[in-house]
Design a protein around this ligand. Structure first.
Ligand code: FE2
Length: 244
């Protein structure tokens, strides 16, 4: 069914263009992001989290999650934008493979879907760590062979966060394609808010070191769970309720 505020409506809205034009890419050294505005960087949080809470099951270490933030701490750092390096036209921040009107579904698995099963779960927060309920999250990714479905909607779907700001995506580990490291695309939009277009990355990927738009602030925490993988990531958006 078509959703009135779905991927076609909400996610077709005005882009939060912090990273357009090729100059604001949130990659490489991560320099041109909002990171420098906050006294506590995500890297600092990462170090603190690793010292305080050992997480031996994580693959490739772990990143601090916004859910661990305390109200007395400095404001949260917004999740960086991430342009798509394979985009031939930089102003189209979502890259060449975004399609509006994706189906509403939390699982991208279909009969016959090949690849390593993966869940990505987490929360969407505002800058002061308030949960953002009913945030629209539109995911799209390559299949196990590194291909996007540009005719249909394989490996595409949107969902909404629950009252706690929580989401879970059920999918597969995306395949690699030339020029990019492994990644999942996502657009996040609070009700009535602006659209955050970004990408999620996997720790321990060799191409993380060579992909010019890779950003360590967008690394998920990933655990092996039998034959499957479980990833977590918390988004921090500037356009939640209360006018943020
Ligand atoms: Fe991509």
């Amino acid at each position: 069914m078509t959703d009135e505020r779905g991927a076609g409506g909400g996610i077709g809205g005005p882009e939060e263009t912090g990273g357009t034009g090729g100059t604001g890419r949130a990659g490489g050294g991560g320099g041109a992001t909002a990171a420098g505005r906050w006294p506590v960087s995500r890297k600092t949080l990462l170090k603190a989290a690793l010292v305080a809470v050992p997480v031996p099951a994580l693959l490739g270490g772990g990143a601090a999650l916004a859910r661990d933030h305390r109200p007395s701490d400095a404001p949260l750092e917004p999740t960086p934008f991430c342009d798509d390096g394979d985009d031939p036209t930089p102003p189209q921040t979502e890259g060449p493979y975004f399609k509006p009107n994706s189906p509403e579904r939390a699982s991208l698995l279909e009969p016959g879907t090949r690849g390593t099963r993966l869940t990505v779960s987490g929360f969407v927060f505002g800058l002061t760590c308030q949960p953002v309920a009913q945030a629209l999250m539109d995911f799209w990714q390559a299949d196990d062979a590194g291909a996007y479905d540009n005719r249909g909607f394989r490996m595409r779907g949107h969902q909404y966060t629950d009252a706690r700001g929580a989401f879970t995506l059920t999918t597969i580990v995306p395949g690699l394609y030339p020029g990019r490291t492994r990644h999942i695309h996502v657009k996040v939009q609070a009700p009535g808010g602006r659209v955050l277009t970004t990408q999620l990355y996997f720790p321990g990927e060799p191409r993380n070191n060579t992909d010019p738009i890779f950003n360590a602030a967008l690394l998920m925490n990933v655990r092996q769970a039998g034959p499957a993988k479980q990833a977590t990531f918390d988004f921090v958006i500037t356009s939640g309720r209360r006018g943020r």
